[in-house]
Write a protein that binds this ligand. Structure first.
Ligand SMILES: [Zn+2]
Ligand SMILES: [Zn+2]
Ligand SMILES: [Zn+2]
Length: 354
């Protein structure tokens, strides 16, 4: 429903900033490439020193405990298989996970306006800093964060287009009348034979939203009558995370591993990391080489790389075979958290989906 008393909000003309260095394309929006493409400057690093990379194998008791927890977390799984199943075989399928994180900063600009609350109109009093010259303090590394900044020397003041500078607009609740229909008599002033006591037979009651004024503060200028137009700089810090898990051929889905952690074998962070060459498992070195190249070329296009971090974890995975009522089944216990996955739990009695 459109109300003619509320003209549509119109954005300030984008072309007023067209001649400003660094803001020529503001009308088209989008992300701004950083002024200098960053070059990887990291020196080669030695491969990690050999460590004791064994992880203790899972005991039968721990496997059974984890399985019982799994059964009880599903409301109508019977605990029978978990309690009485007989473990026949436990096989380790431990695997490596390589993780690369690239922490970037990107910047975009747009024309904006806000109620004028006494800010000085500083447009053109000095040359505005270019988007990548505006001071913005990065938060903690590897944590997503967004900040919006009013670009200095781009602010001007104008009359509010929502209320033509009056600061007020008609009250929506009473349509500017200052009173509403009495809810008891629906505006008739009478109830059957008698006059309405709620509104003293007037059929009207006061509008409490506007205190009978019939007007309220303009939504656009919040009653300030004037707007401040300026260039808004949006700074976004993003942690771009990518994992590579070495195929383990156990039957467990790789996606299942995203919710668990493993034993950390290696971790380093610097401005731009160097691929982890010479890692004992060549699949990890290959993944590292490919992903580091990918990230550095992909993210340096439209953003500035501030920091990278890479890590390798060894994730414990055990495939457990067991017998229950003379049939063989299996489940997986994986991660430091001893998470369980079981696609063929034999007693899911009442969980039939209709
Ligand atoms: Zn009434
Ligand atoms: Zn009102
Ligand atoms: Zn207004």
């Amino acid at each position: 429903m459109s109300n003619p008393a509320y003209p549509p909000a119109t954005a300030p003309p984008a072309n007023m900033y067209g001649g400003l260095p660094g803001y020529e394309g503001i009308a088209s929006g989008g992300y701004l490439p950083p002024p200098m493409p960053a070059e990887p400057v990291a020196p080669p690093q030695p491969p990690p020193a050999p460590l004791d990379w064994s992880i203790p194998s899972l005991s039968e008791d721990s496997a059974r405990e984890a399985f019982k927890g799994f059964a009880s977390s599903h409301c109508c799984y019977s605990s029978g298989p978990a309690d009485d199943g007989v473990i026949t075989k436990m096989e380790p399928f431990n695997t490596y996970r390589y993780r690369l994180e690239t922490f970037t900063e990107s910047r975009s600009t747009e024309c904006a306006e806000k109620p004028h609350e006494g800010e000085p109109a500083d447009f053109y009093t000095q040359t505005a800093p270019r988007p990548w010259e505006v001071q913005a303090n990065p938060p903690e590394f590897f944590v997503n964060h967004t900040e919006e900044i009013r670009v200095p020397f781009t602010s001007s003041i104008k009359e509010c287009h929502g209320c033509h500078g009056s600061g007020a607009s008609p009250c929506e609740k009473c349509r500017g009348q200052g009173y509403k229909e009495c809810w008891v008599c629906n505006g008739s002033g009478t109830r059957g034979e008698e006059s309405c006591g709620h509104c003293d037979a007037s059929g009207k009651e006061r509008c409490t939203d506007c205190n009978c004024r019939g007007t309220e503060d303009c939504q656009i200028c919040k009653g300030k009558r004037q707007l401040l137009s300026y260039i808004k700089l949006k700074v976004e810090w993003t942690n771009n995370v990518e994992d590579h898990v070495v195929e383990q051929n156990s039957g467990l889905k790789v996606e299942d591993l995203s919710s668990v952690s493993g034993k950390e074998l290696f971790k380093n962070s610097q401005y731009m990391v160097y691929p982890l060459l010479g890692f004992p498992n060549p699949a990890i070195s290959e993944a590292s080489d490919r992903m580091v190249r990918d990230h550095q070329s992909k993210y340096a296009q439209t953003s500035r790389v501030l920091q990278q971090r890479q890590s390798v974890e060894l994730i414990p995975i055990t495939r457990v075979n067991y017998k229950w009522k003379s049939d063989s089944h299996l489940y997986f216990v994986y991660g430091n958290e001893h998470q369980v996955s079981s696609d063929d739990y034999p007693a899911t009695c009442c969980c039939v989906i209709m």
